[in-house]
Write a protein that binds this ligand. Structure first.
Ligand SMILES: [Zn+2]
Length: 446
């Protein structure tokens, strides 16, 4: 009953009070997800031409960089677009003021700071309309996981917002309806508190960082709690490891919906109810997967993700190299949505370790391979501060035995070669970033 009131009464009232258009955008996106891919591409092309011309006219950074290559801001083909220069994180860091549009006053834009976990913060801005459209896109994808507005949500999140004002408290009671487990303080007492809250509030959705949800699942398993049955689980903000996904799904008897996005451009891709890859949000973005030489990757190839934001007129980001890697797919999803698929997100470029010969190893694959195969390893983190040495932090579980450590060492030595020094340290818990995220791999060498 309260869910219904929240969705049909409180939410629309709040929307009118805010003068916002999220629900209108949500209706549009709910409709367009069923368009065929040609219709979606057509709309995307018009948005792209408009955005590139706008950036040329209103952002001095793009004007000067495009003039250097003789481009006048008018796209006549996709080839024109593919020949535009890429935008890197350091380009944004060094030229933020010039990338901002002269049509907006900076103080009226919404500011987001990102990238803290890599040690290189990045500040970006976006306009109000853009934020509402992004919210609507997230709501569309939330629905694929069974989460509709107004539902009670259990969130496993770092530094959750505190409802410290009357307005925020009202909002939390009637609209957002979250109960939190703060991932900055995961311990037995807080988990038991969270479990009690869960029992009294009965949330329908579980939402949070993938690894944090996994930690919660392992606690519930240990406590033999089997009656938590959310109707949807959304894992976001970090890599979802396959072994962890399996544990979460078995503990809650519910599929995990994996989604991928970032502060700079919002939601990029999300699984639908079929869980056969992630649908790209091409209503709002152009997403390219490029090989290191800049050419387009083929289906199944691992490549760098490059995005163009089609809705942020406050600070246009065009051909932004996000420093993540993914694998594009040419499969068509059986759900019938026209939004194309990315097969999987492989990791951030910083999530790769280096062999002595300079070749790279994807940390996520390495962790999956060892965590799954070797008994006794509950959690792991790999840190490379110098080329010749890899430090491994391991949290043991009750299956740890006399061969676990030597098996792990042998496996890593197989991947990195005998010359690589492997240092294994056992810890009681892994440290987190300031945002409460876990990082499986930290590569501090360039
Ligand atoms: Zn689908």
């Amino acid at each position: 009953m309260f869910d219904w009131l929240s969705k049909y009464i409180f939410y629309p009232i709040w929307e009118i009070k805010d003068g916002a258009h999220r629900l209108k955008y949500l209706r549009e996106l709910t409709d367009s997800q069923w368009w065929n891919v040609e219709q979606l591409r057509q709309k995307q092309w018009i948005q792209l031409c408009t955005m590139v011309k706008y950036a040329y006219d209103h952002c001095s950074y793009y004007r000067s960089s495009y003039e250097k290559i003789g481009f006048d801001g008018v796209l006549s083909s996709w080839e024109d677009f593919y020949s535009l220069p890429l935008l890197t994180k350091s380009d944004i860091r060094e030229n933020a003021e010039k990338i901002l549009s002269d049509r907006f006053i900076k103080s009226n834009l919404i500011k987001a700071k990102t990238g803290g976990s890599t040690g290189h913060a990045l500040t970006v801005y976006f306009d109000q309309k853009c934020q509402e459209m992004r919210n609507a896109a997230a709501m569309r994808s939330d629905r694929w996981a069974g989460w509709d507005m107004g539902m009670k949500v259990a969130a496993v999140w770092g530094n959750p917002p505190v409802a410290d004002t009357f307005k925020k408290k009202i909002r939390n009671i009637f609209l957002d309806r979250f109960l939190y487990l703060d991932t900055m303080h995961i311990n037995e007492a807080n988990i038991l508190d969270f479990i009690n809250n869960w029992r009294s509030e009965n949330p329908k959705i579980l939402f949070g960082h993938a690894h944090s949800i996994y930690i919660l699942a392992t606690y519930l398993k240990r406590l033999d709690i089997k009656d938590f049955r959310p109707q949807g689980i959304i894992a976001t903000s970090m890599m979802l490891l396959e072994p962890e996904r399996r544990v979460i799904e078995s503990v809650f008897d519910c599929y995990v919906t994996n989604r991928y996005g970032c502060e700079e451009v919002g939601l990029i891709a999300c699984e639908c109810e079929k869980h056969s890859g992630l649908h790209l949000n091409i209503d709002h973005l152009v997403v390219e997967l490029l090989k290191d030489d800049g050419s387009a990757a083929l289906s199944g190839e691992e490549a760098n993700i490059v995005v163009t934001d089609l809705i942020n007129y406050g600070m246009p980001l065009i051909r932004y190299s996000i420093e993540d890697k993914g694998v594009i797919s040419n499969q068509v999803c059986s759900c019938g949505r026209g939004l194309p698929l990315v097969d999987r997100i492989v990791g951030r470029q910083a999530d790769f370790l280096k062999r002595l010969d300079g070749s790279l190893v994807a940390g996520i694959s390495l962790i999956e391979r060892t965590l799954t195969a070797i008994p006794g390893l509950a959690e792991m983190q790999l840190i490379q501060d110098e080329l010749e040495r890899i430090c491994v932090k391991v949290v043991k579980d009750s299956y740890f035995n006399e061969t676990s450590e030597s098996d792990l060492r042998r496996e890593l030595q197989l991947v990195f070669g005998k010359q690589m020094q492997i240092e294994i340290n056992f810890v009681s818990a892994l440290s987190q970033t300031v945002a409460g995220k876990h990082r499986f791999v930290i590569n501090n060498i360039k």
